[in-house]
Design a protein around this ligand. Structure first.
Ligand code: SF4
Length: 552
């Protein structure tokens, strides 16, 4: 690797991402994801429930996050301890802004990371002598994380000692327990070369527990750390006395699929804040269940943590160019059909006015996108006039219940298919003349009426095979039957930019849709928000700067 590449900051390191987050929020106080990261990380460490409250204030009062924080310290909804942390953030923010004005990047970084956060040397004496393996690397990672927490605890708990509080002993015990965990990790890192983590841990645990008070023992025994260590070392680590799986959060959390160690999940588990209050008040509840949409379900399935950021904490995000473009295309088509549009020039005029209002600028990329959209709309218009099916509903809304959950949404377009049409655009996969064909009643000639549900997409097309597990259109088909008493014969995605229709194969598997909705609902109600990072999900995720699974 070149020296230049060596000099690149390691974007996966938490400290580097902290500086990036602070730099971003100083440049743009409305960058909610960056502010949330700065609030969640040392030296602030605001609890998630308090972050959710601040976001709620920002949304209700239409404020940028930093301005909302200034309001939050006046709000009776925000507890005194959280106010103190917010105050600390605002002080750091002021210091960092001043450093920025003085063009002192070194001061900026110090302010952004908290002046008291001295960087400890990486690795201990024992680590240097031990050859690197996955266990040692995971141990080193955990040691670094816990060391940061201990340092942050010193400041936080120290500040609280001067307050008149009833829970001071609990604070101190938590701080000491965390320090004992750091000792545990250090002892394991420096164990004799021939000893496994498994063999060393029981002995280290016994010694630490013997030195701890009853309260500290209780905290240590309910810590998820041993579960994480178990995952890191391939399992089999004996639980501490009274240390059951429920208390540890389950040693499964650090494992994936066939029992392999999932390093990132384990890190996230080790990082999970202790004693976080429930986020239940922020879940999108409706009646005894949840209010859900097809996109909520897809988001949770692609990554539960992403769902939490987007729908529970509701971190505001700026729509990307691609998202704004998608909105414009949907608006144009909806308005064109709603106005009974006929001609191509009507369609293109509508596009031009929606484009202007869409906040697009005149960059090369945006000009290119505009050109592509015009060509795509010309092709849409030509297709519309040569097809035999008849568009009958646009943006048609539905709502239905599945178990305790309420599902709402709207279908972009519903076409009435011509009689006997089974093969347009390369064939309507999964539709046959006798089975799977929808019946909404018969028309005056006695012909069976059959419909196609269409969802517009402006993303890159997927093949029918890639859409095998798709839920969105299957949910729409179920909703069409239950809400509109219309049995869909066919479900299709129309990729507008590519003028491509991809029809889903097979009949709607209603049982699969119901099971998926119920499983997702159970996960959300149970607040199971473990990240499931993947290249495809993370690449389009708005919350990468906040996400602990994206760092080490
Ligand atoms: S960055 Fe990846 S792992 Fe993190 S929340 Fe987003 S999708 Fe999930």
């Amino acid at each position: 690797m070149s020296a230049a590449a060596d000099a690149q900051p390691d974007m996966e390191r938490a400290e580097v991402r902290d500086v990036v987050a602070w730099t971003r929020l100083l440049a743009d106080p409305g960058d909610a994801s960056a502010v949330v990261r700065a609030l969640a990380r040392p030296p602030i460490e605001l609890r998630q429930v308090d972050i959710a409250r601040v976001i709620q204030i920002a949304r209700r009062r239409k404020l940028e996050m930093v301005a909302a924080l200034a309001c939050a310290i006046e709000s009776p909804q925000v507890p005194p301890e959280a106010r103190a942390r917010i105050q600390r953030f605002l002080e750091l923010h002021r210091a960092a802004t001043a450093a920025l004005d003085a063009a002192r990047p070194d001061l900026l970084a110090r302010a952004a990371l908290g002046a008291e956060r001295d960087q400890p040397p990486r690795g201990g004496a024992g680590l240097a002598a031990r050859p690197d393996g996955p266990d040692e690397e995971a141990l080193r990672d955990m040691q670094r994380i816990v060391r940061e927490e201990v340092l942050a605890d010193v400041t936080r708990i120290g500040a609280r000692l001067s307050e008149l509080r009833l829970d001071t002993d609990l604070d101190i015990s938590h701080g000491v327990a965390r320090y004992l965990e750091l000792l545990k990790l250090s002892a394991l890192s420096q164990r004799p070369a021939e000893q496994s983590i498994h063999d060393a841990l029981a002995d280290v645990n016994a010694r630490l527990l013997a030195a701890a008070t009853a309260l500290q023992r209780e905290i240590l025994q309910s810590s998820p750390l041993d579960g994480t260590l178990s995952a890191a070392s391939g399992g089999g680590i004996p639980a501490q006395a009274g240390h059951d799986e429920a208390a540890t959060g389950g040693s499964r959390a650090g494992r994936s699929g066939a029992g392999t160690y999932d390093e990132r999940a384990a890190r996230v588990q080790a990082l999970s804040p202790r004693g976080e209050p429930s986020l239940v008040p922020f879940l999108p509840r409706k009646g005894g269940g949840l209010a859900l949409s097809a996109s909520d379900i897809e988001t949770y399935r692609s990554c539960p943590l992403r769902y939490k950021f987007a729908r529970v904490l509701r971190i505001p995000t700026e729509p990307t160019v691609g998202q704004r473009f998608g909105i414009v295309v949907h608006q144009v088509l909806e308005r064109y059909h709603a106005a009974g549009g006929e001609t191509l020039s009507q369609l293109l005029d509508l596009f031009e006015s929606c484009w202007r209002r869409g906040g697009f600028r005149d960059s090369d990329a945006e000009r290119e996108l505009r050109g592509k959209a015009r060509v795509a709309l010309e092709r849409y218009h030509a297709r519309l006039h040569r097809q035999d099916s008849e568009p009958v509903w646009f943006e048609r809304q539905f709502s239905l219940r599945i178990g305790p959950h309420h599902l709402r949404g709207r279908v972009d377009r519903v076409d009435r298919l011509p009689p006997g049409d089974l093969g347009r655009d390369g064939g309507i996969a999964g539709v046959s003349a006798s089975a799977g064909v929808g019946v909404a009643g018969a028309d005056r000639t006695g012909e069976v009426e059959r419909y196609e549900l269409i969802d517009y997409k402006t993303s890159r097309p997927k093949t029918a095979e890639q859409l095998r597990d798709d839920i969105q259109l299957s949910l729409y088909a179920l909703a069409a039957r239950e809400s509109w008493q219309l049995q869909a014969a066919s479900r299709a995605y129309y990729y507008v930019l590519d003028d491509l229709v991809v029809r889903l194969p097979g009949d709607t598997d209603e049982e699969r849709v119901r099971e998926t909705v119920l499983a997702v609902g159970e996960g959300i109600m149970g607040q199971r928000f473990q990240p499931t990072p993947s290249k495809s999900a993370c690449a389009i995720c708005d919350f990468r700067i906040v996400c602990p699974a994206a760092e080490r």
